[in-house]
Design a binder for this molecule. Structure first.
Ligand code: NAP
Ligand code: GDD
Length: 338
């Protein structure tokens, strides 16, 4: 049988790392797109660079001609769009840029597919941030979107334009609506990685303090390794469709801190309220405090996903629980410090 050919935009990020691994193991030819950078952009995916089925090209989803050229040259069977300015907080500082990448960039890929080959299957990396300020206690594919950031708003455009192209041009174009997913490969400025990296260093006496923002937002955290399996399954269905991918369990940031501290055997006690809230260690030293700097102009207070449709149609459910996820992330930090 002819090898399937995948083209991944966003291959240098967290999900790109895990999706590459999955597709290479399934005997795909994997092509990925990297951007020019002043530092090494392929750090995460270094271990695949010598694989004979792995190819990296320069490109950018804001550069329409580069997308068109790559689609014509590579002739992919499947395109995964994982590329985004993916930090919600940063999107308030770079709203136009974020819209350009996260919304218009997606439209450019769809146009390239439409103009090249309607048979190419397309995956768009949608997000639970699209639900935003929701009144639903648990969110599924029928829950209304009410985004609270330039990031979430741009992703809503991407979601709808993907559906539009599916319906108007009969493209196999599907949206994942993925809830937060983490791993050792997570970017440094997302809250789980920041907490685990800092508390590990604090437990070893290598850092004094961790400063956080809102401790009371709730998130539904899964493992990226599980979630890329769902992403792949979404493109192997008979028909294109949209799927919520989540664990169905939610925790506050503070609970995540407590779980991490417990696994590190770091005894902490919380004191105070609001911006004065702190956590002290067994010696009474303040090791966690709160700063306005990390608050966002608008917050998404709680997210909890209902993946019943994915369970039924994709036969998918998350396998790695939150304690296993934190344990793996701690072990990775310890190894990188050794
Ligand atoms: P990530 O680690 O931040 O990776 C983002 C990727 O997009 C990187 O490879 C980045 O390249 C690339 N990129 C950014 N702008 C680009 C552009 N203009 N052209 C081409 N590539 C560009 O994000 P992730 O956690 O892997 O998430 C993957 C996707 O899923 C994103 O679209 C994100 O919004 C979405 N998502 C993530 C989660 C989650 O919890 N992780 C949940 C729901 C949805 P550089 O390495 O050069 O920066
Ligand atoms: N980043 C960060 N840093 N967040 C903090 C901090 C901090 O110091 N302190 C508290 N938080 C809170 C944020 O206000 C937010 O409520 C929560 O921690 C999670 O923040 P992030 O880890 O930055 O993730 P996110 O939920 O905003 O966005 C992630 O998940 C989305 C899916 O729901 C990203 O991966 C998005 O790309 C993704 O779409």
């Amino acid at each position: 049988m002819k090898k399937k050919i995948a083209l991944i935009f966003g291959i240098t990020g967290q999900d790109g790392y895990y999706l590459s691994d999955l597709l290479l193991n399934k005997n795909y030819k994997v092509h990925g797109v990297k951007r020019r950078s002043s530092s090494v952009p392929t750090k995460r995916i270094e271990k695949y660079l010598n694989n004979k089925n792995f190819f990296i090209h320069y490109g950018d989803i804001t550069d329409t001609s580069s997308i068109q050229n790559l689609v014509e040259k590579i002739k992919p069977t499947e395109i995964y769009n994982l590329a985004a300015q993916s930090h919600v907080g940063v999107s308030f500082f770079t709203p136009l840029y974020t819209a350009n990448v996260n919304a218009i960039g997606v439209l450019s890929i769809l146009e390239a597919i439409k103009n090249t080959n309607h048979k190419i299957k397309f995956y768009q990396a949608g997000t639970s941030e699209m639900f935003g300020k929701t009144i639903s206690k648990i969110q599924n594919e029928n829950t209304n979107f009410n985004p609270q950031s330039p990031y979430g708003t741009a992703k809503v455009f991407a979601h709808h334009i993907t559906k539009n192209y599916r319906d108007a041009y009969n493209l196999f174009a599907s949206n994942g609506i993925l809830f937060n997913h983490e791993s050792p490969m997570r970017g440094e400025n997302f809250v789980t990685k920041k907490i685990i990296s800092s508390l590990t260093k604090i437990s070893l006496g290598l850092q004094k303090k961790l400063i956080l923002g809102n401790l009371y937002a709730k998130r539904d955290w899964g493992h990226a390794k599980d979630y890329v399996e769902a992403i792949h399954k979404i493109l192997q269905q008979k028909k294109p469709d949209d799927y919520v991918i989540s664990t169905g369990k939610e925790y506050t940031i503070k609970e995540f801190v407590n779980m991490t501290a417990k696994l590190l055997k770091l005894k902490i006690k919380w004191r105070g309220k609001g911006l004065k809230e702190i956590a002290i260690d067994a010696n009474g030293k303040t090791i966690i405090s709160v700063s306005k700097v990390y608050y966002r102009p608008l917050e998404v207070d709680y997210l909890k996903g209902d993946s019943a449709k994915a369970k039924k149609n994709l036969k998918w459910q998350s396998k790695i629980n939150i304690n296993e996820l934190i344990r793996e992330m701690i072990d990775f930090e310890l190894q990188s410090l050794a």
